[in-house]
Design a binder for this molecule. Structure first.
Ligand code: 13P
Ligand code: SF4
Length: 334
């Protein structure tokens, strides 16, 4: 094991607890200084904390961030999101060093499916192709024929001949939703997002009753019953667009609450109500994984250029095929 691998292992087991941040340091100024000095680009997802979103060179949904990673000229990609997103950046742009503030920033959807399990599963359906949601690890991407995100899934699935049998992994909620809008009968893997499954139908119905002019907007990772109640369903970028352009002035937002930071900026005069979750002691719909990234960890990560995303080359090349198909098939999607 070389020094970088050793340090990465230490970070993964002990986190940053042994690493001191000098007292009184201006983290934002230091991050900005390192960004210039190291020719780094900071990519952040809409579910990151507001302070991280404000520092990002590119803020976006999974598709926009994958595209930004593909075309960057930076030497260092600092990915403020979850592991599968940083891994995707490395698969697409392998000559760049990709770092993620906290490698424990996982995803319940990615955890729900492994490449090996998917390989076994598809043996039952020899004439089916596998379409996987980008929220999966490299081994699942390598076993898939096409990757989709919530922004391009409908478009890509509609481009596949109707008679072609499809296995859709790993999100059963997004899969069910796509079956409905694309009029397909895809075979669904049984995974889900713990954040989007935590919403409470009863409490949201109550919020709708209390705010009769508000429109309910939801991410397609949410459960069927909630999606049925929604006025609009879309990826994070589509939800943002909708709130900005729609005539309504009030919205109940059923996705991870980090999105409100950007929504408030683009629609400052609209009332944005975070949809309530089942746990009554908690108002929020936070993704624990996304919020593992903090300003302190971002600073340390840029300082030490660790933890770095490393992928075995054969695996990377297989995963790249399915990602390239996605990029090709969704060229016309904004
Ligand atoms: P999008 O931003 O692509 O809609 O994805 C949502 C999500 O759950 C990311 O983990
Ligand atoms: Fe995964 Fe859900 Fe968190 Fe997105 S919000 S990273 S799908 S656990």
């Amino acid at each position: 094991m070389n020094t970088v691998e050793q340090a990465t292992k230490q970070l993964m087991t002990k986190g940053y607890m042994d690493m001191k941040i000098p007292e009184g340091i201006d983290l934002v100024a230091e991050i900005n200084r390192m960004r210039k000095e190291k020719n780094a680009v900071i990519l952040a997802h809409y579910y990151q904390s507001g302070e991280i979103q404000d520092l990002a060179d590119y803020l976006g949904d999974s598709l926009q961030l994958a595209r930004a990673a593909a075309k960057t000229n930076a030497d260092l990609i600092v990915f403020c999101g979850v592991h599968f997103m940083a891994e995707t950046a490395k698969i697409i742009n392998p000559t760049k060093k990709v770092i993620l503030p906290d490698t424990q920033a996982g995803c319940s959807l990615a955890d729900a499916c492994s490449g090996e399990a998917l390989r076994d599963f598809r043996k039952q359906y020899p004439d089916a192709i596998v379409v996987s949601y980008i929220n999966c690890d490299a081994s699942v991407k390598a076993e898939s024929d096409i990757i989709v995100t919530s922004s391009n899934a409908e478009h890509i699935i509609n481009s596949i001949p109707k008679e072609q049998k499809i296995i859709f992994a790993p999100d059963r909620n997004l899969g069910r939703y796509l079956n409905q809008v694309c009029q397909r009968e895809m075979i669904l893997w049984d995974g889900s997002c713990i954040v989007h499954e935590a919403f409470s139908l009863e409490r949201i119905a109550q919020q709708m009753a209390e705010n009769p002019n508000a429109k309910l907007i939801a991410h397609p990772e949410a459960q069927e019953d909630l999606l049925r109640m929604a006025h609009f369903i879309g990826s994070t970028s589509r939800l943002l667009e909708y709130v900005e352009k729609d005539k309504a002035n009030e919205f109940i937002v059923a996705t991870e609450e980090g999105i409100l930071h950007k929504m408030e900026k683009i629609a400052p005069n609209k009332k944005l109500i975070p949809a309530l979750v089942q746990d009554e002691s908690c108002h929020c719909s936070e993704c624990f994984f996304m919020k593992l990234n903090t300003l302190e960890k971002l600073y340390l990560c840029m300082k030490y250029e660790l933890p770095e995303i490393v992928i075995e080359e054969n695996l990377r090349l297989k995963a790249l095929d399915s990602l390239n198909r996605m990029l090709e098939l969704s060229k016309t999607i904004a």
